[in-house]
Design a protein around this ligand. Structure first.
Ligand SMILES: NC(=O)c1ccc[n+]([C@@H]2O[C@H](COP(=O)([O-])OP(=O)(O)OC[C@H]3O[C@@H](n4cnc5c(N)ncnc54)[C@H](OP(=O)(O)O)[C@@H]3O)[C@@H](O)[C@H]2O)c1
Length: 434
């Protein structure tokens, strides 16, 4: 009898302990999250109760049970009995108002929206703290790779001094294709667009703004700094040619878009830029649209996080992992990743590094001497000069590598070099990672 009763009561008991989840945005990630919740693997703690999307009728999926309410009204979601709202519409508005409204109504929030957290992270985390609600954003950086929870929880005891990563799958795909097929940047971009790895307007990816938003979030969680994406130096990968990979190979390196947040002498350097990466670095082995982050701790040294940086299913795993954290938070009290006290750190754009420079010139005697003179006048030492045969003298490419110098020294020397009459185009410069 007792057994029969407990069986009858089970759904009711379960419903009382489950965290009610409202999903806003039923696109690539939203539908993958619903599918993961529908698999019942997490039914002990999570129950999908609402799905919201504009023009919702065309989104209704027969595999979602009749108990789930479909709506196109965000207000209805805010007024609902959901315990946690998952924001997966992307963009800044109305996502910002939705997340604010949810936290003010004392609902937990999970989001995959990097623009939102990079721009409004401080404000939203403060609101979450004031209302004692969980705000999860693990899916904002590196999709399915648990790098934010790794930095926040797994490495909590260390003091992270540097985070370096490949955070943009589109750039990595394009650079890998130039490297493997010897094609031009434009051809690699076109191929990436055809295969769905690049947007019709790829500027945010290839010029670095997408990775800058992710880097700002990484710096917040890992370096405990209140950083805006505007403070990240961004350099584009548009000028990378297959020739750069040939020279990089001669130097024991490859080329990747590298995001760096580095603390040194009380200053922080933040940059997203194409860089020469030594072949023995784990960053050099990242191919296609994969992501990889290497954090360096004062005590624990280097830790590497890698995997699928995008895609519905990997990102859904990150979202649902945050939902499980939100459900645990309801029982044990909320802990917020990414809450930082006001930043006491100075920002610097002047990083010391060895550099790679590719010149294209109209050949004539005295070119190397003129360049060496310009570098020498700013106390920069040449390391090597590399020139491949077979190019026209009227448009001759060659490469100079420089010993470590500060960015300000390099910029001053390049300003002098820009006035030299043999240059056909501005030199392409990249730091060489050490
Ligand atoms: N896709 C990935 O691999 C990935 C990885 C990491 C993070 N993210 C982030 O996850 C979020 C969602 O990305 P996604 O790829 O799933 O985008 P998506 O496929 O475009 O899905 C967005 C969904 O939200 C709906 N929507 C947009 N604005 C709305 C509004 N004002 N009210 C109601 N519904 C609205 C869209 O409806 P329509 O169908 O009418 O457009 C669409 O169904 C973004 O913040 C993105 O940056 C995505």
């Amino acid at each position: 009898m007792a057994t029969a009763l407990s069986r009858i009561d089970r759904p009711k008991q379960l419903a009382e302990t489950q965290c009610r989840v409202a999903l806003v945005g039923f696109g690539t990630v939203g539908s993958a999250v619903a599918r993961l919740l529908n698999s019942r693997r997490h039914e002990h703690s999570l129950r999908l109760t609402h799905v919201c999307n504009r023009n919702v009728a065309r989104k209704k999926a027969s595999w979602i049970g009749p108990e789930v309410r479909w709506t196109e009204s965000i207000q209805q979601i805010l007024d609902s009995d959901a315990d946690v709202i998952v924001e997966l519409i992307g963009g800044v508005e109305p996502a910002h108002e939705l997340v604010r409204g949810a936290l003010q109504r004392r609902k937990a929030v999970v989001t995959a929206n990097k623009q939102l957290i990079a721009r409004f992270g401080s404000e939203l985390l403060r609101l979450a703290h004031e209302n004692q609600q969980y705000l999860g954003f693990g899916a904002c950086v590196a999709g399915g790779v648990p790098v934010l929870s790794g930095l926040h929880d797994g490495l909590a005891a260390d003091r992270i001094v540097q985070i370096r990563g490949i955070l943009n799958g589109t750039c990595n795909y394009i650079l890998t294709r130039i490297e493997q097929a010897g094609i031009s940047f434009d051809a690699a971009l076109h191929e990436a667009q055809q295969k769905g790895f690049a947007e019709a307007d790829p500027a945010d990816d290839i010029d670095g703004q997408d990775a800058a938003a992710k880097l700002a979030i990484l710096a917040r969680v890992g370096l405990k700094l209140d950083v805006s994406p505007r403070q990240v130096v961004c350099r584009s990968i548009r000028n990378i040619r297959s020739l750069d990979f040939e020279y990089a190979r001669d130097l024991g390196c490859t080329v990747r878009q590298i995001s760096t947040a580095k603390l040194h002498d009380g200053r922080v350097y933040l940059a997203v830029e194409p860089s020469l990466v030594p072949n023995d670095s784990p960053l050099a082995r990242v191919v296609g649209s994969q992501n990889l982050v290497v954090s360096s701790g004062e005590f624990g040294g280097d830790t590497t996080f890698g995997g699928h940086g995008a895609g519905g299913d990997p990102t859904a795993v990150a979202v649902v992992s945050d939902l499980l954290q939100a459900a645990r938070g309801r029982r044990r009290g909320v802990e917020l990743p990414g809450r930082v006290s006001a930043s006491s750190c100075e920002f610097t754009t002047d990083q010391e590094a060895p550099h790679y420079l590719r010149f294209v010139v109209r050949d004539r005697p005295g070119i190397i001497a003129a360049l060496a003179g310009a570098f020498g006048s700013h106390h920069i030492n040449l390391d090597a000069v590399l020139q491949k045969p077979g190019h026209s003298k009227s448009e001759l490419p060659f490469v100079i590598t420089l010993e470590p110098c500060r960015q300000a020294q390099l910029d001053a020397a390049l300003a002098k070099i820009a006035k030299l009459d043999f240059l056909i185009e501005a030199p392409m410069t990249m730091p060489i990672l050490r």
